[in-house]
Design a protein around this ligand. Structure first.
Ligand code: UDP
Length: 254
């Protein structure tokens, strides 16, 4: 029986009131959505994998001094997080051209970019999350120049960490999205990484074969999404704890 107060329900997660003031519980659902929610399926076990992968990444970000909202994973589907004031931006970092930048600028998918590029999208479902510049962000007061400096510095640090982490397990980090929030501690505020980092929010390609190990498998019907996410977890060495029910049938144990 779940009597906790529900604070918010999004496409992939539900947020509940946490055990102490200033905390929340994030519950990872199995819903997979794409194209502004036009494509929607339940992928049995996806929430468990994303909870575990995001736990692994955020725990390591915290360890190397990159501040996040993450406190600890509570169980297969839930994690304890700090309540933050979410800045309404999707911050995308790209290393290799794919997805919308390839379409918008006519750059062939897979082209290494001359340097990592940061983009901002205004989080607004009704508008389809339009791309915006720093000018829009500061003019409309979604964030200020000081915060934007912090956000960009954090985004670059996360990119460096994730690129190395995934490279070490034979995966190329093509791009990813983060969200940031304001964490208030007494009278001081700092910007922290919020939301999740998982194959839902990254493009991850096998370094040798370019096989896609991320949400593009779902977006473009490229195969079994759960298998792709399991492969990421397996390579990171965190699969055993995440094996729940799987629709992919039994796995041969050698
Ligand atoms: N992304 C995301 N949520 C969004 C939009 C994008 O997590 O609402 C991620 C996406 O998975 C990819 C990166 O941000 O890793 C860049 O996405 P892009 O702008 O290419 O958009 P897409 O082609 O995925 O719509």
């Amino acid at each position: 029986m779940n009597r906790r107060r529900r604070i918010y329900e999004g496409k992939a997660k539900i947020l509940y009131e946490g055990p102490e003031p200033g905390t929340l519980i994030a519950h990872f659902k199995d819903d997979a959505t794409a194209f502004d929610g036009k494509k929607h399926e339940i992928i049995d076990g996806k929430g468990v994998l994303n909870n575990r992968i995001s736990d692994y990444i955020f725990t390591n970000l915290n360890k190397i001094g990159i501040p996040t909202h993450f406190i600890k994973r509570l169980n297969m589907r839930e994690q304890l997080i700090r309540e933050v004031e979410v800045i309404p931006l999707e911050v995308v970092v790209r290393n290799v051209a794919a997805g919308s930048i390839s379409k918008r600028l006519g750059i062939e998918e897979g082209t290494q970019l001359p340097r990592s590029i940061i983009e901002f999208y205004y989080k607004n479902d009704a508008l389809g999350d339009p791309m915006v510049s720093e000018e829009h962000v500061t003019a409309f007061g979604w964030s200020n120049p000081q915060e934007m400096d912090d956000i960009m510095a954090l985004a670059i640090r996360v990119n460096d960490f994730l690129s190395g982490l995934f490279l070490s397990v034979g995966i190329r980090l093509v791009d990813f999205k983060i969200e940031c929030g304001r964490l208030w501690e007494n009278d001081t505020m700092r910007i922290v990484i919020a939301d999740e980092i998982s194959p839902d929010s990254c493009r991850l390609w096998d370094i040798e074969t370019d096989e896609k190990l991320d949400k593009d498998v779902f977006r473009h019907d490229l195969g079994n999404m759960l298998n792709a996410y399991q492969e990421v977890a397996r390579r990171l060495g965190i699969l055993n704890e995440t094996q729940e029910r799987s629709t992919s049938g039994p796995t041969l144990v050698k």
